[in-house]
Design a protein around this ligand. Structure first.
Ligand code: MN
Length: 241
């Protein structure tokens, strides 16, 4: 982790899940819940400021959607993993068994709590640096492509790794049709299960397999960013509702 805390106890608090404080600590309130409350607002404020500054002619409806995509559970969970917060998180044994360390709902909360801890310890500008650093790949994508799409392959890989499993393995199991209309079937093996996807290229079929694995493994936890957010230069296009 980049930021060096003056007060380490606040960092510790940000990395303590309520299941751990309930089970192992005398002080049952020594967990990230209150920090998460504060961090949620800080992250939203910083991202609101960022989209406001970077998209001067975007209306507030789109700014709000763009901000929501950037502060979605999956994106913040990824940011938490990039900072290595999932490794330092303190969970009860029960929560650990239930795969808490890999849950995007928990990891996005840890990220928010961590941001609040940085803010309290090092001030707003430091918190801004941490947030922009942790979200750099998504922010760059937004600037370059005008939006972010959910990447099932990376998400699946991060999910499996987060649970301590080996990387998803992909293999082509079928290839058929004439050269100009080839159809590929790819199978992905992850967490001991197999899923399939089809496509007109290996890459497309891999992606379809990853999507099917993600949807069945992660299910309700997902928060897919469906909308494409347009840069001001695309404003001539139809408004999405
Ligand atoms: Mn939260």
């Amino acid at each position: 982790m980049n930021y060096k805390f003056k007060d380490n106890s606040i960092l510790e608090k940000a990395l303590t899940h309520i299941s751990y404080s309930n089970e192992k600590l005398k002080d049952k309130d020594f967990n990230y819940e209150r920090l998460e409350f504060l961090g949620d607002s800080i992250v939203n404020f910083l991202l609101a400021h960022w989209v406001y500054e970077n998209f001067p002619s975007m209306d507030e409806g789109k700014l709000s959607k763009l901000k929501a995509a950037l502060s979605s559970r999956d994106v913040l969970a990824r940011a938490a993993r990039r900072l290595g917060l999932h490794e330092k998180l303190r969970l009860s044994r029960g929560e650990e068994k239930m795969g808490g360390r890999g849950k995007n709902s928990i990891l996005s909360d840890v990220f928010e709590a961590y941001v609040a801890a940085v803010f309290l310890d090092g001030g707003l500008e430091t918190a801004r640096e941490v947030v922009f650093h942790a979200l750099a790949p998504e922010l760059e994508k937004v600037l370059k492509e005008g939006g972010i799409a959910f990447d099932y392959k990376s998400a699946l890989q991060e999910y499996a790794q987060g649970l301590g499993h080996s990387l998803p393995e992909y293999r082509v199991v079928r290839e058929e049709g004439p050269p100009h209309r080839r159809k590929f079937t790819v199978e992905v093996e992850v967490l001991g299960k197999k899923f399939r996807g089809e496509g007109s290229s290996k890459k497309q079929a891999m992606y379809a397999a990853a999507k099917s694995a993600w949807e069945s493994l992660v299910g309700k936890e997902r928060e897919i960013i469906k909308d494409k957010f347009f840069l001001p230069s695309h404003r001539g296009e139809k408004e999405e509702k």
